[in-house]
Ligand binder design. Structure first.
Ligand code: 3HC
Length: 289
């Protein structure tokens, strides 16, 4: 592949754009507001600058990667993209509008992919320009660091689309796991119930924030404890995924922990809001319980 379009310049879209540009492909990074897309590009410049400082990449390569990223606020420049990756807000009606609009410019053999973490691919494919060329590609945060891409074919996704997307993942240095189009796919189906269980353990007083996170870091060799990781992902995102698991399966084992629901209701969403299981207002995160 030569040219990739990324729709949505939030955390994930920005990370995807950086990774793709560093791999030598051209990227158009799109958001509804060009100022948001430009801010994302400035964040990428900063990240690349850090990598240069740490002598992980050469200054010329950082400049070249940045030069491959063009920010846009309309869909016309996606007409010659080989792959369009939607990484917009996790709301189905927003995504559906995007797919319809992309359909007006998408070339005859281009692929449309969604980075959704929880919405069924087959259902979204049905509202896309061509379900045979629609697929899930689920990246992990922080995208430039995490090696995995989950590839999720929908019922109608063609074998050619699957192969092309797997080749793209390899091209940008990622390893693929193919997952069925079931709630949570593979990784979040396993991860999110663990994060939810950590919230139960906190809520019922079995452990405090420090001990739960230390226990999993030192006892399981996880790079972050589950509460730290939930704050990093965003407690609203964690709750949304656990709700999808609960509602779509009806299985009570996925019921959300009351404390997780309450924190989200309070606007305590983790790092992004300044407070979650930790308080991020000072120089170091402080456990809240
Ligand atoms: N962008 C680019 N690089 C980054 C980065 C970012 N946002 N954050 C960290 N890095 C790089 C650093 O530059 C550093 O690189 P180096 O080793 O080559 O110098 C390396 O990552 C390690 O970073 P730090 O030394 O600053 O910090 P840590 O060693 O504490 O690692 C971490 C940070 C990589 C985030 C690590 O704690 C980790 O792996 N945590 C778990 C992350 C995880 O599980 N992510 C998946 C979440 S689930 C998901 O995304 C799915 C969704 O659907 C919910």
């Amino acid at each position: 592949m030569q040219k990739i379009a990324v729709i949505g310049a939030g955390l994930m879209g920005t990370g995807i754009a950086q990774t793709v540009a560093q791999a030598g492909l051209d990227v158009v990074l799109c958001d509804v507001d060009i100022a948001i897309a430009n801010k994302a590009k400035a964040r990428i410049e900063k990240q690349l600058g850090r990598l240069v400082e740490k002598e992980k990449i050469a200054a010329a390569d950082a400049q070249a990667a940045l030069g491959r990223i063009v920010t846009i606020a309309d869909y016309a420049p996606m007409a010659d993209a080989d792959l369009v990756i939607e990484a917009a807000t996790e709301r189905e009606e927003i995504k559906r509008k995007i797919f319809a609009a992309v359909g007006d410019v998408l070339s005859a053999d281009a692929i449309l992919a969604s980075n959704t973490s929880s919405i069924p691919i087959t259902r979204m494919a049905a509202g896309s320009p061509d379900p045979t060329r629609f697929i899930g590609v689920h990246f992990f945060n922080p995208v430039p660091v995490m090696k995995l891409v989950e590839v999720i074919p929908g019922l109608a996704t063609s074998a050619a689309t699957i192969e092309k997307v797997k080749a793209f993942a390899a091209q940008i240095g990622k390893t693929v796991v193919e997952a069925g189009d079931e709630p949570g796919f593979v990784v979040n189906r396993i991860l999110v119930p663990m994060l939810n269980e950590a919230a139960f353990v906190l809520g019922d007083g079995t452990g405090n924030v420090v001990d739960i996170d230390r226990g999993c870091r030192l006892g399981l060799n996880h790079p972050m404890g589950p509460l730290e990781l939930a704050d990093f992902i965003g407690l609203d995102t964690c709750l949304e995924i656990v709700n999808v698991l609960f509602e779509s399966t009806g299985d009570p084992k996925y019921r959300p922990a009351p404390i997780l629901r309450k924190y989200v209701e309070a606007g305590w969403l983790g790092r992004k809001s300044g407070r979650g299981f930790y308080d991020y207002s000072g120089p170091e995160p402080v456990p809240t319980r």
